[in-house]
Design a protein around this ligand. Structure first.
Ligand code: EPZ
Length: 420
């Protein structure tokens, strides 16, 4: 089992380049099933989750090749294989495997995808995916832990109104409706930048997707889609993670290759905390900052405060002078990092979906354990400022979503290393 060791206290300086977005790469890779031509992707992050999606797609007949070892460029080409089963042993490693469901239904008119199952942060049901795809004419049954679905007459456009905003369900239905017969009007979609990047890529492939007002989208189904070349947007969650790191222990830390528009909600929050930063065209410079006032944060769907940086924000707020609170409205169990942070000296109390972050005297190094992707990085942030050596176990969570994290931090002066 690999571990990460951190000797805290070194100021972070220099620059950190943000990689391509994990959560845009995964649906866009699944979109390769929608065409028999090459889908050329650039700025794809080198992550465990991307490799898992490559394995799932390969098992379904997609030829996935890296342009060359060092660049983040993938070419995907679907061979219209007869295999339409996404097996459990792959799907259990990554819930986002469910994103092959819509494309397989659209191309092959049937699919079996293992139920992804829950994860540390919640039950993660897929009812919204199933209900929406049913509206396009798909019939579903749950059998032996698999979602089995078929649309013998193909998919037909329809009006769909999501009762709840769901990133993955939005992505599945948009991919399926792109090849359905006729028009679809879909209401209450997720509008995360990653969803917008998928729509941008699909339209480059010849889809006819038009964004309306207030989370509405109109899709005119087409007979087939072509290949395309697409560059993945920067990872806003990774960017915010390093920005928070810089406000904890940075000295003119510059985060580069990011899209400032995608993180405007978090920048507003830093303003509320009177945290100074300076912005370039696609970069930001942050410094270690003292936080005097408390703040009350609610995680919300985009453009609200992202749930994926809730854990990281807790570390920053723990170093503030006043009490703050964060309410987790998206997932039902996303405070698994709290006991670990408290073992490092934080003073966080959770009650239901709200966590109260009391000021603490600073972090102390400890042996800690990662529970999910974003929790693991919050422990790294605490370790960077804690006195002494922090050991982080179960770092496979980390490698799912943060490309070369210890190398990026070492380059900024952090005393961090990975050991077997
Ligand atoms: C995506 O997950 C992201 N993953 C998550 O990032 C992110 O936290 C989440 O969106 C919210 O922004 C990817 O894009 C690969 P949802 P997704 O469907 O699509 C409930 C990370 O760390 N729900 O928007 O699974 C669900 O349980 C990951 O990178 C249903 O009830 O999220 C949750 O409470 C973690 N029924 C809420 O909706 C459904 O059918 C939002 O989930 C689907 C979801």
């Amino acid at each position: 089992m690999q571990k990460i060791l951190i000797n805290g206290g070194n100021l972070l300086q220099g620059s950190v380049p943000v990689s391509g977005s994990k959560n845009a790469s995964l649906p866009i890779m699944a979109a390769s099933i929608l065409t028999n031509e090459n889908l050329e992707l650039e700025n794809v992050p080198d992550l465990v989750d991307v490799n898992t999606m490559s394995a799932v797609l390969s098992s379904l007949g997609v030829n996935v090749t890296k342009k060359d070892v060092n660049t983040n460029r993938l070419t995907l080409r679907y061979s219209d294989s007869e295999i339409t089963i996404a097996e459990y042993d792959l799907v259990r490693k990554m819930r986002a495997s469910i994103l092959v469901l819509g494309p397989l239904l659209a191309r092959k008119r049937h699919a079996s995808v293992s139920l992804p199952g829950g994860c540390a942060i919640g039950a993660r049901p897929v009812d919204l995916h199933i209900n929406a795809l049913s509206k396009l004419g798909a019939a579903f049954e749950l059998d032996g832990g698999y979602i089995k679905c078929s649309a013998p007459n193909g998919l037909k456009g329809n009006k769909i109104n999501f009762s709840k905003v769901s990133v993955g369900a939005t992505e599945n239905i948009i991919m399926a409706a792109s090849l359905a017969r006729g028009e679809s009007e879909i209401r209450n979609i997720a509008v995360e930048p990653e969803v917008m990047d998928l729509i941008d890529c699909l339209n480059k492939m010849g889809a006819k997707i038009e964004l309306g007002e207030n989370r509405n989208v109109h899709i005119q189904g087409v007979d087939q889609l072509q290949g395309a070349v697409h560059s993945i947007i920067p990872d806003r969650i990774e960017a915010i993670t390093y920005i928070i790191g810089g406000t904890i222990i940075g000295n003119d830390l510059k985060i580069t290759n990011l899209n400032l528009e995608h993180i405007s909600n978090v920048l507003e929050l830093l303003n509320e905390l009177s945290i100074n930063y300076s912005m370039g065209e696609n970069s930001i410079i942050v410094n270690q900052s003292e936080i005097s006032d408390g703040i009350d944060i609610n995680t919300m769907e985009y453009p609200g405060f992202p749930t994926d940086v809730q854990a990281q924000m807790m570390v920053l707020l723990s170093l503030g002078k006043s009490k703050s609170q964060i309410t987790e409205n998206i997932f039902e169990n996303r405070f698994m990092h709290v006991p670990e942070l408290n073992r490092m000296g934080a003073n966080i109390e959770t009650k239901g979906k709200t966590a109260v972050i009391n000021p603490c005297k600073g972090f102390i190094s400890a042996q800690v354990m990662a529970t999910d992707l974003r929790a693991s990085v919050s422990l790294i942030l605490a370790g960077l400022v804690a006195k002494g050596e922090t050991t982080l176990n179960r770092i496979y969570h980390l490698d799912r979503g943060y490309e070369k994290i210890e190398k990026k931090l070492q380059a900024c002066g952090a005393d961090i290393r990975r050991i077997n």
